[in-house]
Write a protein that binds this ligand. Structure first.
Ligand code: SF4
Ligand code: MG
Length: 327
């Protein structure tokens, strides 16, 4: 299968074998069952790399990544196949994952057969159900991917992912290539499916408006690390980390009533090959002080999550050390 990848630190890692690229550093992130977790950050922040490490499109060099208490990097054979079924990724451009020479019916039948989801006789009914689930007419299953619009193809990609009855969907920039009106339809469909099927969703996106609409909690990434996590409304109302503050300030059309108004982060994203010392945000941070240049901040508990910034130091003791680490 051909998977299209947008340019991420992970891609750099794959194309250039030489320098050690710190794509992800000690990411400690947990997702609760049935919750939508938004993952935001500038392009190059490592959010796609994280998503792809979880579904093992990229193999992490070291560290552990637990799903339901089991390190998924150790899974093999039937356990790995079971995991592949339980956690599904849906792609920005499903043309990369839908075979253009197969009708939607053939694609869905193949997924149902490979994972032995239904006896042969039950497959036509299940296909009709899946089409209905993503709000497409069942008879459209006899068409080919190119006969659908971008938004409809996105729905087919979702139907294919759902065909194997996953617990968790990972959506990486799922709707960013679509028109705004179509984006809303696909995102609302995800919301509905999440509630109806009790899905856990990892929604990776740079569009803060969409993330806010869809997510229960949000994790903010910067240079391969999670700098802040919070419940969605808390994050947008009172971002704790200077990078989150800058990210929200740079986003147009968010909430005009929000309390924090700060200028967007100055300067470029540093190279992941040569990370800044101490707090990796310090060259761009308006609040940086001496300690920031020498010491990396640990995540500290906040009202609804964590933030890794020395400014929060006085406020609370350090959070528990990292349990799950991806390099
Ligand atoms: Fe800014 Fe220092 Fe906080 Fe980093 S630790 S975000 S440089 S204040
Ligand atoms: Mg990306």
């Amino acid at each position: 299968k051909r998977f299209r990848m947008d340019r991420t630190i992970g891609d750099t890692l794959r194309r250039k074998p030489h320098p050690a690229v710190h794509a992800l550093n000690g990411v400690d992130l947990s997702v609760r069952r049935g919750e939508t977790l938004g993952i935001v950050g500038e392009s190059g922040s490592g959010k796609s790399t994280l998503a792809r490490c979880i579904v093992r499109l990229i193999e992490a060099d070291e560290g552990t990544l637990r799903y339901d208490g089991v390190d998924i990097r150790t899974l093999a054979g039937s356990d790995r196949r079971a995991f592949n079924r339980r956690v599904q990724m849906v792609f920005q451009d499903p043309r990369g994952s839908l075979n253009p020479r197969m009708t939607v019916r053939q694609t869905l039948a193949e997924a149902l057969t490979v994972h032995r989801m239904r006896p042969k006789a039950g497959i036509p009914d299940r296909i009709a159900e899946l089409m209905e689930l993503v709000r497409l007419p069942p008879e459209a299953a006899d068409r080919y991917p190119h006969e659908f619009s971008g938004g409809q193809r996105q729905r087919i990609g979702i139907a294919r992912a759902l065909s194997v009855e996953p617990e968790c969907l990972i959506a990486d920039e799922l709707v960013s290539a679509l028109d705004v009106s179509v984006q809303a339809q696909v995102v609302n469909l995800l919301l509905e499916l999440q509630q109806r099927l009790g899905l856990t969703i990892l929604f990776v996106a740079h569009d803060l408006r969409l993330v806010r609409h869809l997510s229960h909690r949000v994790a903010v990434m910067y240079l391969g690390s999670i700098v802040e996590t919070a419940e969605t409304e808390a994050l947008f109302a009172a971002p704790q980390h200077p990078y989150t503050q800058a990210l929200l300030a740079a986003a147009p059309d968010l909430d005009p009533t929000r309390r924090h108004r700060v200028p967007a982060a100055k300067g470029e994203l540093p190279s992941p090959v040569n990370l800044p010392s101490g707090c990796t945000f310090h060259p761009r941070c308006p609040h940086a002080f001496d300690r920031c240049r020498s010491e990396a901040p640990l995540p500290r508990p906040t009202a609804t999550g964590t933030a890794a910034c020395h400014l929060l130091d006085q406020a609370a003791p350090a959070a528990a050390p990292n349990r799950q680490e991806i390099p």
